[in-house]
Design a protein around this ligand. Sequence first.
Ligand code: G3I
Length: 338
Amino acid sequence: MKKTILVTSLIVSLLTLVSCGKETIASRATKKGLEIGTAYASDIFDPEGQERIKEFSNILVAENFMKCANLRPNAKFWNWSDIDHSIEFAEKNNIQMKFHTMFWHQQNSSFINNMKSKEEALEIMDNHIITIMDHLKGKIKVYDVVNEMFEEDGSFRKSIWYNLLGEEYIAHALTVASEHNSGAKLYLNEYNNECVGYPKADAMYNFVKSLKEKGVPIDGVGMQLHLSTDLPFDPDAIRANCKRYADIGIEISFSEVDVRLPASKFKDPEEIKKQEYIYTTLLDIALTEPNVKSFIVWGMYDRTSWVPATFGGYGNACIYDVEYNKKPVYEAMFEQLK
Ligand code: G3I
């Protein structure tokens, strides 16, 4: 009798193991209610890349496919193929999608850069929002409606949208998006906006607060968090910023996290530890501040990371190395999500 019970419970444990599959960062984060994921590029078309994406992500965002110049190379043509392919992959694997980004000062097609009047800008803006939201109805969890709207000193960035429509373009875009929305969250996304006390961060907070007070529909703020091991890192100021947004009912995404190292220190154990400390401290904030909903890295993989091309002499910013091997930071985050 005892033997039968033992054999039965062994079989059940084995079946449970098989049916649950291997635990991953993605599965552990899902259990904890945290959206975790990555920006993807061509890795979404590569079988090895797809496996790594599944292991790491329960939410995905296109590094470039959704930006205006890619999606809408001219006023008449919409290039949906890469986005549709990604959505199909995501749906098949139970992964959510984020849209990045509707309006930005970079990666715009020439018909956007050549807009001349307020009327033309409004028409193009509304059409952009409505076409995207109609095509992607029910398939997107979060939209970055506007990206990088501030200068470092806290003034508004003089983008083509600002120049033709004034700061009102942001409230207008959010309002039109909300009228065509089907359950997605509407975000503004920015870099260098994570620390309380920094001019750009304070300007953004005050602006978002004023939008809330006026009843403009906004759900969240993205903090990109492109960080470096040789720059100051102030987790208390980041946590305090998340908390003040919580107080006004705004959720936060850590939306483009990466932590670069100077090339001269790629193999320096202290620097590697510092990188791990920064990633895990951010993850800790995401796990303990209830309004922080997501932790998204800007590419998982050093081979295709945008970092070396932009910051000469820096790199190794991702969680997987150039061969898709997990770095110690992966294991540290995996443990943290237990
Ligand atoms: O697609 C063209 C290709 O046809 C051409 O041959 C090649 C030659 O340079 O360029 C390719 O386009 C590049 C594109 O990435 C796709 O690889 C652009 O030159 C390059 O500028 C573009 O860089 C992207 C950058 O945004 C554009 O400003 C990076 O991959 C992307 O990681 C980066 O992402 C931004 C976020 O959207 C917003 N926050 C900051 C973040 C990092 O800059």
